[in-house]
Write a protein that binds this ligand. Sequence first.
Ligand SMILES: NC(=O)c1ccc[n+]([C@@H]2O[C@H](COP(=O)([O-])OP(=O)(O)OC[C@H]3O[C@@H](n4cnc5c(N)ncnc54)[C@H](OP(=O)(O)O)[C@@H]3O)[C@@H](O)[C@H]2O)c1
Length: 279
Amino acid sequence: MKVLVTGANGMLGQDLCPILQDRGWFVIPTDYNTLDVTDSNAVENKIKEVHPDLIIHCAAYTNVDKAESDYETAYKLNVEAVSNIAKAAAEIDAKMVYISTDYVFEGTKTTPYLPKDEPNPVNLYGKTKYLGELEVQKYSKKFYIVRTSWLYGIYGKNFVETMISLKDNKELKVVDDQVGSPTWTKELIEGIIKLLDMPYGIYHLSGKNETSWYNFAKTIFKLENLNVNLKPCTTDEFPRPAHRPKYSYMINDNNLTLLRDWKEALIDYLKERKMKQNG
Ligand SMILES: NC(=O)c1ccc[n+]([C@@H]2O[C@H](COP(=O)([O-])OP(=O)(O)OC[C@H]3O[C@@H](n4cnc5c(N)ncnc54)[C@H](OP(=O)(O)O)[C@@H]3O)[C@@H](O)[C@H]2O)c1
């Protein structure tokens, strides 16, 4: 299998490429310097030249708060670039994986979101990611739209690392009224590999079982044996430029479970993190 990966130097991309290579797949990692996905000619030429069987599109504008004041850039990367990739993939009949987000949902449901639920994003990042989903569906016939949430991994700025870096704070307040589920990059990658044997369509790939950011933080500190003065707070107490959905836990139809419980995955991530730190 020949796979072209965009955004290969990002948090997901850096874990993804070696895992695919270990499976014996021929991987062409690309990032901004080798393939600027907003350049439609470059995308078309590269994809025609490489002729991959599969494109995993990880490049994205991922700064949720910044997108509120930088919509034009977010739109270029999360909508126009997706359109470039989807058109080029369709031209050579390649399969395409597009990574989307739980932030496409409004968050007013009280039961888990299903792939058929209507998106209605409450922030501009979520809006661009949803518009990206529509571009994929418009141009590609062989697509997997993969919605994930609360992503963390060794190679990126993420909630787990932020919490650990704040362990010495006198007091740490974390919101307890936003519910979703954390997802380790490596779990997401295993889920994507499983998906490739399934029908094309929209799937939800995030850690199994729901939690709040507060409980996620509490679990991190407990597993790391860190004694932190952690307090729950409300979203109103911690205003940020972008609104977040109150509830965005996602599942699939027919009880299809592709990822493990989020806590089991977190335990393995923290072990891997420690091993990496110890060289
Ligand atoms: N992180 C989360 O919590 C989360 C949650 C749900 C869904 N997702 C989705 O998961 C996917 C992967 O996220 P991630 O956390 O791995 O993101 P990330 O670490 O921000 O990686 C995105 C990559 O895209 C690259 N990029 C930016 N502009 C580009 C361009 N014009 N051409 C080519 N590459 C470009 C970035 O390069 P530079 O760093 O050089 O700009 C970066 O390497 C994204 O689609 C994201 O929307 C993420």
